[in-house]
Each structure stands twice: as structure tokens, then as C-alpha cells.
Design a protein around this ligand. Sequence first.
Ligand code: BES
Ligand code: ZN
Ligand code: ZN
Length: 460
Amino acid sequence: MTVQLQSRPARGSVPIHLTTSTTWDDHARTLAPEVRRWLVATGFAGRANSHALVPGPAGTLASVWAGVRDVADPWLLAALPKALPTGDYHLGGDTGLAGDEPAAALSWQLGSYAFDLYKARPREPARLTLAATAGSRRSLLLAEVIAATRDLVNTPAEHMGPAELAAAVRLAARPHKAKVREIVGDELLAKGFPAVHAVGRAAARAPRLVELTWGRARDPLVAIVGKGVCFDSGGLDIKSADGMRLMKKDMGGAAHALALAQLVMALALPVRLQLLIPAVENAIAGNAFRPGDIFKTRAGLQIEVGNTDAEGRVILCDALAYAAEGQPDLVIDLATLTGAARTALGPALPALFCRDLGMARDIVDLGLAQRDPLWHMPLWRDYHPLIESEIADIVNTGKGPMAGAITAALFLEDFVPAKLPWLHIDLFAWNDSAKPGRPVGGEAQALRTLLAWLERRYAK
Ligand code: BES
Ligand code: ZN
Ligand code: ZN
């Protein structure tokens, strides 16, 4: 941890003073003339994500001035841990703005994130001492779970197959004494998960359904389902080289589902949890499922395969049907389901589908307030004919290229009983470009928002 929670800063710790481009002139006026002259001379003006090192008379580092957007920005200090000289720092609230402690903890901890499984980091990040408040503790939990989500997504498919994804679930279950069960390979057929089996059967690594359960019988059941396609080649409808390049991240929904489950358990929300991860590799071999094939799913619906690259909805339909059997109070699924959701909303806005418009709007509002946004898209019933099949109940691709994120969501909807509250989140799980605290690579999206919403819904 590069954030240390203790009441007193370490010896020799350097204070960081916060300012914004609008408050900077006022702050500058309170400084000793030589400090003000130094900051002016080095061009510091309080701009967000800029900082200045201030020397003391003996040539030591005496303080840091950091420009921020505003003090509650969840990415407040994210640029600093890798930019400041290695050493100890604390927030110097005596001059400048007082930093929001939870935002400081989250941004600093994520600002020091690096995926260093294969390559050592160039240097140690700087350390920050903060008071151990409930808010800063919660932020460090969030940061830890977000980092774990990124690590799972960043790990190449070679080292993150269905078995490794299941192992990650087991590891997360242990501290909370949650139960984990796996249905592996041909057992999927015997236990009634034919669609998961069909998608995963061609891979050298056996497909599986991973189920984690936790909580007390008397609490409401929340089912969280995550798309765990450890690599998506597209299957026989093979992807282009460009389209395949990032498909190690196609288990991003599963990583998010696991992260949300970890948060629910760590914060002991008064719910009973069922985490379901269908984990497969969409591979090509002689026994691969084919375009035109028809499979009976767990729910009894016959699905026709229009395209083997629309595999996510196929594995999810069995998991959703299974989740519904437990008559939960709520089902959430998370999936890197469609390129069309990215075409519509871009990489930074996950698409939220929900039959209850009031619920959807609450979540969108909360996402904006948390600065962890997602955006509402419609389950537009009039488009359902686009996924209707001549010879089966339903087909896994739309007729034509339009409304691809919606037709994928409508496909899933056929497997979720009408009365069951359900959130479907189609997300990217990836940063295409780097921002402070958010390097290029795997990303957790909408996680803080979903946690805050669950806490509100299930407040004790
Ligand atoms: N995993 C992809 C969706 C995806 C692609 C998400 C790129 C994020 C970035 C999914 O399995 C897929 O290939 N979907 C197809 C569906 C189509 C064949 C109907 C798509 O979106 O093109
Ligand atoms: Zn695909
Ligand atoms: Zn996929």
C-alpha cells in the first residue's frame, strides 16, 4: 500500500498543499515572498494535474504544491505517486485547500497502480500518510478491488483461462468463508448448462460455470452474473486481427462481477449473494459450435447461432436462467457484450439496460454524482423481431447491423422473468488512452456506483 493510514506523518514527510487554478492567486498571496517567486518562476498556476516542488533554504524538498480540479475529485492526487520523488508525503491543510480524505486515499492508491506481473516498475511510487477514517479505509478497499479487477483483465489469456478465473474466485471467497462450486466440461451437459458447453467445448481448456454463494438465509438474494470469455477469437466466425487483439479482456464482466461480490462481502451488506461466472474460451477446432447450429438452453428456449462471435449472450442465457431459478430480489449482469455499445457510447460510458426506468435513472444519477458514470439505453421491444428465428425460438444476432447493443440486451431479456428486477451492463473494461491513475489497459467501470446503489437499496 502506498497510502498509509496513521494519525501522524512519517519523519521527514513532505506536506502537499492543494489549490485550483481559480483559488491559486489567493493562496499565492499568503506565501513567503521567496516561495511565491519560485512558484511563479517555475510556471506553477494551480492547473489540475500540475505540481511544483518547493525547496527549503538548505536545499531539501520542503513542500509540494499540487493543482487539482476540485477537492472531491476521485482522481484528485492520481498524478502524484509516480511523479513525485519517492518518499513520504502528507496533506498540509494549513495553507491551500483541505483535501477530501476518501478522494485522496482512492486517487493516490490508484495513482500508484501498475500492472507489474511481467515487467518491474521503473521506480517505487511516493507514499502518502492519511488519517485512518472510515472514509479513507473504504477508499483503500475500493482501490484494492479495482486494482485486482484491472490485474485480472490485463493478465494474458495464456495465464487467465477458465481454470485460472475460477481460482481467482476461490481466492476471493476464502477470507469471507464463501462457498465456491464449479461445474466443469461435460458435466455442464449433465447439469443443464448446454449453451455454456456449446460455446466452450472447442477449447483445449474446459469450460465451466463458477458459482460463489455467501450470506445469511434470511437476507434478500442478489445474483451477480459476469461474462467470463477468457479469450474471444470469434469462433468459426473468426475476428479480424485488429478485432481480436484485445480479446483477453472479454472476461472483464466476470472480473467486475467478482469485484462487486468482494465489495458486498467485505462491507457485509445485508444480502445473500450468488455470483455466477460462465467461464469459457471461444476457440476454433473441429468440434466448435457453428453458424446455423441450434441448441436447447437451460430455460428450454431453442437458440439458433447466427454468428459464433456473439458468444457472450449464449453463455449468459444459461447463467441468467439458473440465477432466476433461485427467485432472487435482484439480478445484475456485467459483460463486454457488444462492440455496438462502444460505437454508441464510446469506451468510458458503460451501457445500462433496465426494465424499470425509475431504477435506471437513479443509477445514472448516482453514477454522475460518484463520477463513475454509466448511461441508460432502451430495451426497445419493437426491435425484438430482429432476433426472431424462422426455425428456432431466437437467434443470437440481429438481422442487420443496427441497434446491436439493444438486440443483445433483448436476447438476454428473454431469459429473465418479467417481474424480476434486472440490470444489464454492457461495458468496455479497458482504457484506450492513459489518464492520471488510469493507465492504458484493464479498467473497472461503474463499480463504485453499483456498490453505492446496492448500499442504498439494502440499507440496514
Ligand atoms: N466480445 C465481443 C464484444 C466486444 C468487442 C466488446 C470489442 C468490446 C470490444 C463480443 O463477443 C462480440 O464479438 N460481439 C459481436 C456481436 C456480433 C457478431 C453480433 C460484435 O459486437 O461485433
Ligand atoms: Zn464475440
Ligand atoms: Zn465476446
